[in-house]
Design a protein around this ligand. Structure first.
Ligand code: CUA
Length: 314
């Protein structure tokens, strides 16, 4: 039986180092204090019934400063170290491979940009940072891969992210780490880290359904979004060409960044933030599109008006 999971991500070593440092500090002070309690109890015990009670000790400013400053220093080291690891965990590199995760009772659904879809399985290449954008169809779940030392809550109604840089080929456990109902313990899966050529081979064994963006494009037509959101801006809704990542002005003059959250909100609750110059006439698509389809639509909007890089290739 293994006490600790192996380290299979670039961050795992740093997380473990901090963890062992905390354990070391706790063990050191626990032993020191418990040892002194026993030692002093024996050394200063009352030796006879007639022995008078000792004079209480007072003062000792130097001692008080020492036992305040040393713990302060240790606490600041823990804070600085912890903050640095925290920031690394929360800042994915820009070139990370993006994969979408939709959690539901009780399974993990994963979608690759190229179109591959997996359930309770995630295939990723070795040596490349991977960023997961996650949401839930029902309750709160938590995406947890112990060998990567990462865990992140997956919430309904919003996107959270997690990233890691796998450093070892292998097949690793994936868990749900938030109690989410009867079969929570069965909400598990596998992350397979592959050599890049193997990963390419795996990717090319595609589904034939096309990339996420191209499926989003099809939905965009099927749901008739295209009737109002004309590419040339002449429609009843704003053009969505090349709008993702930009800033738009709303009715009332407020400016807002067009990120995934805003796109999502605009599909599900289109009346909440109307772009300046347009009427609040769009109906809600709440209940009409699934979380998977929302991601496809968002991916389509992000790729439209962009050069081929983001566009559907198949
Ligand atoms: Cu999903 Cu626990």
């Amino acid at each position: 039986m293994q006490l600790f999971p192996e380290q299979a991500s670039a961050l795992a070593g740093r997380v473990d180092a901090l963890y062992f440092f905390l354990i070391g500090i706790s063990v050191f002070f626990s032993l020191l204090i418990a040892g002194l309690v026993v030692y002093f109890a024996v050394k200063y015990r009352r030796r006879s019934e007639t022995e008078p009670a000792p004079e209480p000790a007072t003062g000792g400013i130097a001692l008080e400063i020492v036992w305040s400053v040393i713990p302060l220093g240790i606490a600041m080291v823990i804070f600085g170290w912890g903050a640095s690891v925290f920031f690394s965990i929360n800042r994915p590199p820009d070139d990370a491979l993006e994969i979408y995760v939709v959690a539901k009772q009780w399974m993990w659904k994963l979608q690759h940009m190229e179109g591959q879809r997996e359930i309770n399985e995630l295939h990723i290449p070795l040596g490349r940072a991977v960023r997961l954008k996650m949401t839930s169809e029902d309750v709160i779940h938590s995406f947890y891969v112990p060998v990567f030392r990462v865990k992140q809550d997956v919430l309904p109604g919003r996107y959270t992210q997690i990233w890691f840089h796998p450093t070892k080929v292998g097949r690793y456990h994936l868990f749900c780490a938030e109690y989410c109902g009867t079969k929570h313990s069965g909400m598990i899966g596998w992350v397979t880290v592959m050599e890049p050529p193997d990963y390419q081979a795996w990717l090319s064994g595609g589904t034939g359904e096309g990339s996420l963006a191209s499926r989003g494009d099809k939905l965009f037509q099927d749901l008739a979004c295209v009737n109002c959101h004309k590419a040339d801006g002449s429609g009843r809704g704003p053009s969505l060409e090349d709008v993702a990542g930009k800033t738009v002005e709303l009715e009332g003059g407020q400016k807002i960044a067009v990120d995934d959250e805003y796109l999502r909100e605009s599909i599900l609750s289109p009346q909440s933030k109307i772009v300046k110059g347009y009427q609040p006439i769009m109906p809600t698509f709440q209940g009409l599109v699934t979380e998977d389809q929302l991601l496809q639509l968002i991916e389509h909007i992000k790729s439209s008006g962009k050069p081929a890089a983001g566009k559907a290739t198949r």
